[in-house]
Design a protein around this ligand. Structure first.
Ligand code: LLP
Length: 416
């Protein structure tokens, strides 16, 4: 399903014109389609139905409570990476028995919180982390369920900043090291070895790296099952890519499942998936108003009221985001879409064939539902944008626009 479509020359989110939302809530504005999120979740759940996976939404992707609640109500669990995300998931009503907690730097406070909450398991990235979880579990009289993160050393052929399953990355443990770490976990009090975790990277558009990784860890899983009676989960992480360009072929969950299910089923394990981008990426658009047109002998610039502080992916990863005029136009211009921030890296598109729109008109930057608002900042003292969720013909503010007061709210005055 496509969340954003033209109807009568107006770009809509489901039944609602984006122009109406921009009028009511102002710009820049993140707009999310609830139906798209649910359709993506449904397609994934259905494709993998044969192994009845626990689909743990990766909260870092878009941590708005309304998004977490939407997915939780559909049956999703959560993949967490901080105490803050644990708190958000709790507030959204996610059952701790559906929470998994990843990350290379879990603090004592975060681990203790998660132990008290009784999460399903920690995905553990190092031996010192095992020791820390063991100590805290003992102190709290709790059991730390652990799945070690194994690094299958496959190349997901994605941007180097979002590739995580190669040996040179900071994540996980290689096979030999993982076996030793499992042996250590078995000796430490307060721990229960429940599974194996991997996550090879993000924005992966073919099944092959996933299949390669599962093939690589399968023999180890079989061995661990023999050795540790409570071993029952294989968490294959997230990373399912989405099309950011209109002609980009999507990774179809059915195609992925066709390759993976025959590898997963014989293992007899409970399967956990941790998708983020796949569920919410194309559910979101960043709506922005054109402020000025400017040109010099080399370039034409469309200057908009959104900036890299709202959506940093183009600046950080040279990521491509499709840009559409909210009011359809056939006029085109070759140029850049840039924000008002004092950095040359503040752009949404460069040297691109774009809709030619005058100041005052609206543009929609698509694919903004994942790692958009979640990675936003107040750089240049810009209040964070508002977020709206659309549900059919209804829409609701799910985070109000920040105010000038919000910008200084946490500062303290020095009196000397
Ligand atoms: N599981 C773990 C352990 C992860 O580290 C991540 C993402 C996910 C699941 C979800 O990955 P996804 O399904 O969304 O690919 N900011 C970057 C992406 C960073 C991904 C970090 N880890 C971007 O904007 O492309």
């Amino acid at each position: 399903m496509n969340a954003f479509e033209y109807r009568n020359g107006q770009l809509h989110a489901e039944e609602v014109p984006l122009a109406t939302l921009a009028e009511q809530y102002g710009t820049p504005l993140f707009v999310y389609s609830r139906a798209h999120i649910l359709a993506q979740y449904g397609a994934l759940a259905q494709a993998f139905a044969a192994v009845r996976p626990l689909i743990c939404y990766s909260v870092k992707t878009n941590s708005n409570g309304a998004v977490i609640k939407t997915l939780a109500a559909a049956g999703a669990g959560v993949d967490l990476v901080s105490g803050g995300e644990l708190e958000r998931a709790r507030r959204a009503g996610v059952a701790p028995s559906k929470m998994v907690f990843a990350g290379v730097g879990k603090t004592e406070v975060e681990i203790a919180d998660a132990l008290r909450a009784g999460i399903l398991f920690f995905t553990v990235e190092s031996e010192p982390e095992l020791v820390r979880i063991s100590n805290l579990a003992r102190r709290l009289g709790a059991t730390g369920r652990v799945a070690l993160r194994v690094n299958p050393d496959v190349d997901p052929q994605t941007h180097k900043y979002i590739s995580t399953g190669k040996q040179e990355n900071k994540f996980g443990l290689d096979f030999a090291r993982a076996e030793q770490a499992y042996a250590l976990a078995a000796r430490l009090p307060g721990l229960e070895i429940v599974g194996l975790h991997m996550h090879i990277g993000s924005q992966i558009l073919t099944s092959r790296p996933f299949a390669e990784a599962v093939r690589k860890v399968a023999p180890l899983c079989a061995e661990l099952q023999q050795r540790y009676p409570a071993f029952r989960y294989l968490d294959i992480g997230g990373g399912l890519g989405i099309p950011y360009q209109p002609d980009q072929p999507p990774l179809k969950p059915a195609a992925l499942a066709r390759e993976l299910v025959p590898l997963l089923q014989p293992l007899g394990l409970e399967i956990v998936l941790e998708p983020g981008r796949y569920l919410v990426g194309n559910a979101g658009a960043l709506v922005t108003r054109v402020q000025y047109l400017k040109d010099n002998p080399l370039k034409k610039f469309i200057i908009v009221d959104a900036a890299m502080n709202d959506l940093i992916r183009p600046s950080l990863y040279q990521a491509y985001h499709e840009i559409q005029a909210v009011r359809a136009t056939s006029a085109r211009v070759l140029g850049d879409v840039v924000g008002p921030i004092c950095e040359s890296g503040d752009f949404f598109a460069q040297d691109r064939d774009l809709p030619a729109v005058p100041p005052g008109e609206l543009l929609a930057v698509l694919g903004a539902g994942a790692y958009g608002f979640a990675m936003s900042s107040n750089y240049n003292s810009r209040p964070r944008a508002a977020e709206v969720m659309v549900h059919g013909a209804q829409h609701a503010l799910i985070r109000r626009r920040e105010t000038w007061d919000d910008l200084v709210r946490h500062e303290a005055e020095v009196t000397w």
